[in-house]
Design a protein. Structure first.
Lengths: 349, 290
């Protein structure tokens, strides 16, 4: 009983600290099937990464669909590479398994769906929606992130523009689709042999953020509109999730070996760097955005310095804690010994 | 794992049983006139009589029975539809034109007119077809159009027709709405099949209908209101108790939300969803043809 309660409490604290309840439950279900793993290692954020990737892969928000059976937490996660991530040999295995599934945003769902034919209709209209959104992106520089762009996109695909009415939060769907596509492109770029070996971590981060921001250049004139759409309270949960995944992916590619608090700090800091650079880029009119890249390099350097100072502060705190703890421990031991010698065999302790 | 379990439960025998029971309930809709049993051929005549009688006071009674809420429901329906310029829309059983006028207004608001310049592909005109089986209801609608000064407008077209056998071409409509009408159709599945036929690829089907309430206390209050208050209002205001008795009974006989959604899915529609308004008193079912 005790290990299960530990898992549930761990997953609950995990859920409150940032993961969604669904993911926490999923991870606890996974852990229950791997008892050996649970007893030796607690829940780490590294597991969250691969788990989140499986669940949030396509990033589509779906409304209540009647043809769809209950949500499928356990069928999609392939347990094999969750365990591999536990051993932190992430890069080759993680990337290989990520690649074939995420080459098509709906493939992650379809993989689980090939087993059950009744899910095929759902994948079909989602594919259609994805096609309309892809076609709409071509009209965005001219028409903005608006319904009109989506109507034009649907005409390109040969579908009645009425389908635009079926997207929940229409313009947001287009922006979110774009964000997912960019993330996918980034992952593909990385997998197809981006040379990061000769660079120090801060330069790697710089390069990855630069690659990602360059994807937005064609839409730069309308990007402020996209940002404002993402900032609407209705859309914030999804846009936040997408940015978290992006930042997670960048750190993972850089070769992150973090754990516990450091993981969150790193993501938050990089999230800040990315957002500020993105906003700086909006008003940058230097040739080829040179000023933006210089700004980015400076911010990343600051972040790494900050990281060092945080780490030093942490070690300092640990040392102090250890020192205090040791003295307290010594005191308690002394007390116990005197009590046992004085109290004799009938001591309650 | 739960799915595998379910599929093994559905043996051949139980599948036939469920098919038969769904057939039986559809058949029962076709032969029910409220809580009475009638022959299939008679039903459409009886319904026709009901609407001939109520046509002149239809709008007033709607306002009184729903305390004006029906306007909000129709607004919500049109909002979900999200009309666009150049759209071909069909509103079935839309006799007095409530939904059609709202869609028309949505096209012609200032914002839309400004944006119309941007969308070059919409050289075709928007067309809203209002179809109703009962000529009296259509006349009321035409009268209201005249009051608004729209009697000569080319966008609104009033057509007399049967929801089960529409006179429009295949794949010709961008949108299909039916507000408070599908309950009165003799064969619901035929109406849905016709909707599927006339819609273009990507076209949307939207159905606003009185539906079933499941919330415990509210359900009792709603039943009380339906069976005690409404027929009396009908007698008082429209002078016709029986028609309104038919109305509230037919609501109870109509399939509940989930089953109706399944019927829509069976006709071939994708992404079938429904939204309950006022706890289930009204439901908007929506679907896409792909």
């Amino acid at each position: 009983k005790r290990p299960i309660r530990f898992i549930q409490s761990a997953s609950l604290t995990f859920a409150t600290s940032g993961g969604s309840k669904e993911e926490a439950l999923l991870l606890s279900a996974w852990q229950r099937s791997h008892p050996r793993v649970t007893k030796t290692q607690p829940l780490t954020p590294a597991m969250y990464r691969t788990a989140a990737k499986r669940l949030l892969g396509a990033g589509f928000t779906t409304s209540r669909l009647l043809r769809l059976p209950k949500p499928r937490p356990t069928t999609i996660i392939p347990f094999s590479y969750c365990t591999s991530s536990m051993n932190h040999t992430e890069s080759p295995i993680g990337n290989q398994s990520v690649n074939p599934n995420q080459s098509d945003p709906t493939a992650a769902r379809e993989e689980g769906h090939r087993r059950d034919e009744s899910r095929k209709p759902r994948a079909e209209f989602e594919e259609e929606q994805a096609r309309v959104l892809a076609a709409s992106l071509r009209h965005v520089p001219r028409l903005g992130w608006t319904e009109e762009a989506m109507i034009a996109g649907s005409r390109d695909v040969g579908v009645s523009p009425s389908i635009v009415g079926s997207f929940s939060r229409k313009e947001a769907a287009l922006v979110e689709y774009f964000m997912d596509e960019c993330l996918q492109l980034l992952i593909d770029r990385v997998d197809s042999g981006l040379d990061l070996q000769n660079l120090i971590p801060s330069e790697r981060v710089s390069k990855l953020v630069r690659i990602r921001l360059e994807m937005q250049i064609p839409y730069m004139s309308k990007w402020p509109q996209a940002l404002s759409i993402q900032a609407h309270p209705v859309n914030v949960p999804t846009s936040f999730k997408q940015r978290a995944m992006l930042v997670d992916e960048i750190w993972h590619t850089v070769g992150d070996g973090a754990s516990d608090l450091d993981w969150y700090v790193k993501r938050t800091v990089l999230g800040g760097v990315y957002s500020t650079t993105e906003i700086y880029m909006l008003t940058d009119d230097s040739p080829e955005y040179r000023d933006t890249w210089a700004f980015l390099d400076d911010r990343v350097k600051d972040a790494f310095d900050l990281k060092k100072s945080i780490q030093e502060a942490k070690y300092f705190a640990q040392d102090i804690g250890a020192g205090v703890g040791k003295s307290f421990q010594g005191l308690m031991n002394g007390v116990m010994q005197t009590m046992s010698t004085r109290g004799g065999r009938s001591s309650a302790f | 794992m739960a799915l595998r379990y379910l599929s093994s439960r559905m043996t051949l025998g139980s599948r036939i049983l469920s098919y038969r029971s769904s057939l039986a309930s559809l058949h029962s809709h076709a032969t029910s006139f409220g809580f009475q049993q009638v022959r299939e051929e008679e039903k459409s005549k009886l319904v026709g009589n009901v609407f001939t009688n109520v046509a002149s006071s239809y709008d007033i009674m709607n306002d009184v029975m729903s305390a004006g809420l029906h306007r909000l429901w129709k607004e919500r329906l049109v909002g979900k539809l999200s009309p666009f310029a150049g759209m071909k829309h069909l509103d079935v059983a839309g006799g007095t034109g409530d939904v059609a006028f709202r869609i028309f207004d949505a096209f012609n608001s200032v914002k839309r007119r400004a944006l119309r310049k941007v969308d070059e592909a919409s050289h075709e005109e928007t067309q809203i077809y209002v179809c109703d089986i009962n000529p009296n209801m259509l006349n009321v609608g035409k009268q209201r159009a005249a009051e608004r000064g729209l009697s000569d407008n080319r966008s609104l077209v009033w057509v007399e027709g049967d929801a089960e056998a529409l006179s429009f071409d295949d794949n010709s409509m961008d949108g299909y709405t039916i507000a408070f009408g599908i309950r009165n159709v003799t064969h619901i599945e035929k109406a849905i099949a016709e909707a599927y036929r006339v819609l273009k690829r990507g076209g949307r089907f939207l159905c606003l209908e009185l539906s079933h309430v499941d919330i415990p206390v509210f359900k009792e209050l709603y039943d009380l209101y339906s069976f005690q208050v409404i027929p009396n209002l009908g007698e008082l205001i429209a002078g016709d108790r029986d028609s309104y008795q038919y109305l509230v009974e037919s609501v109870r006989r109509f399939p509940p939300q989930e089953r109706f959604a399944k019927m829509i899915g069976d006709a071939g529609f994708e992404k079938v969803e429904y939204e309950n308004l006022v706890g289930g008193v009204v439901a908007i079912h929506s679907a896409i043809k792909l």
